[in-house]
Design a protein around this ligand. Structure first.
Ligand code: NAD
Ligand code: UDP
Ligand code: UDP
Length: 321
């Protein structure tokens, strides 16, 4: 039985980095959570602390297959997010984004339920416009190594907007920029996890190129707050809406902050810049600020300290599943 404003909420990809934080936050608000995950990149470890909560249910399931359940709301996060993972089986990546979206939209349509899509700044591809407003259509290579992810997410957005126009489905589409925090995958090659683990292990810190390229890093708790605000705001607010932290840092300054916060003796070493590595990335979050009354509150040093503590614990307890 459900009381008051509590809802039964489906979170696909709920055992992943972002999904596990979302499940945790929604449970804390008193909702009943159905977490669906095939454990491709997610893990039981991420949700171990939720498994014995009475309002939490875990279902091992691949979203490329139909799913018949009864819920009030859907957050669709299932999809590997980092290049090493999404390029491992690119066909499956496209299937997860596209067929996964069709199945979750079909489910939402049958239930007349609100559905949220975790889209990405990668829909802008290698942009000619900085920073990118939501109106920018992007510049994406349709046949490259990154296309399974970028085009899969673009097609998922298309499906969301067509279900909205054709079936009046209430949709919420978020375009997520670089996010970091506890439960990031340790081996996904992302700059924050790489640098923190290298610093903690006393290994050389790898800067690609000259380290002068910039990124803007959003702490996971801030992002999850925006997800929930977007889901609960007026139904006319469909998105797409950029979510991220506009504070911009060079990768070299990120490395210097990580070294200072860990007290590491690691040295900076320079490695070849990967092809197509953007020089600059910063979200334009004017829309989110205006429509959701949201802006990030956790600064990089504070968020990094929390992430460092997580990886210290991870290293001391060993990489369990
Ligand atoms: P993650 O890899 O930690 O989480 C993705 C989850 O989806 C994992 O638990 C994985 O096992 C699950 N999954 C993958 N394929 C599935 C399938 N076919 N069926 C069921 N479950 C499946 O990644 P994350 O960083 O938590 O990303 C979550 C979502 O947010 C993704 O859709 C990603 O594209 C999007 N996103 C993340 C970022 C970021 O900076 N982390 C940026 C932009 C977009
Ligand atoms: N679907 C699902 N759960 C449901 C309803 C639908 O997984 O509760 C899937 C089903 O596999 C279908 C897809 O969603 O193929 C799209 O559903 P929709 O009703 O839009 O299309 P149709 O069933 O007419 O192809
Ligand atoms: N990067 C780096 N050292 C690393 C990992 C990444 O210098 O060990 C750089 C990478 O070349 C890019 C930036 O850090 O310029 C962010 O990389 P990430 O893969 O985290 O995110 P994305 O490039 O998708 O924004």
């Amino acid at each position: 039985m459900r009381y008051g404003h509590t809802k039964k909420i489906l979170v696909t990809g709920g055992a992943g980095f972002l999904g596990s934080h979302l499940c945790e936050r929604l449970l804390a608000q008193g909702h009943e959570i159905l977490c669906v995950d095939n454990f491709f990149t997610g893990s039981r470890r991420n949700i171990a602390h939720l498994l014995d909560k009475p309002n939490f249910e875990l279902l091992r399931h691949d979203v490329t297959f139909p799913l018949y359940v009864e819920v009030d709301e859907i957050y669709n996060l299932a999809c590997p997010a980092s290049p090493v993972h999404y390029q491992f089986d690119p066909v499956q990546t496209t299937k997860t984004s596209v067929i996964g979206a069709i199945n979750m939209l079909g489910l939402a349509k049958r239930l007349k339920a609100r559905i949220f899509q975790a889209s990405t700044s990668e829909v802008y591809g290698d942009p000619e416009v900085h920073p990118q407003p939501e109106e920018y259509w992007g510049r994406v290579n349709p046949i490259g190594f990154r296309s399974c992810y970028d085009e899969g997410k673009r097609c998922a957005e298309t499906l969301f907007f067509d279900y909205h126009r054709q079936h009046r489905l209430p949709i919420k589409v978020a375009r997520i920029f670089n996010t970091y925090g506890p439960r990031m995958h340790p081996n996904d090659g992302r700059v924050v996890s790489n640098l923190v683990l290298q610093a903690l292990r006393g290994q050389d810190i790898t800067l690609y190129g000259d380290g002068a390229q910039t990124r803007s890093f959003c702490y996971v708790d801030d992002l999850i707050e925006a997800f929930i605000r977007l889901m609960n705001t007026d139904s006319e607010v469909t998105g797409p809406i950029n979510l991220g932290n506009p504070a911009e840092f060079t990768i070299r300054s990120l490395a210097e902050i990580v070294i200072a916060l860990t007290g590491s003796r690691s040295k900076l070493v320079y490695r070849q810049l990967p092809p197509d590595d953007p020089r600059q990335r910063r979200p334009d979050i004017a829309k989110a600020t205006q429509l959701l009354a949201w802006e990030p509150t956790i600064d990089l040093r504070d968020g990094l300290m929390r992430t460092i503590r997580y990886f210290e614990d991870y290293l001391s307890t060993g990489p369990a599943e």
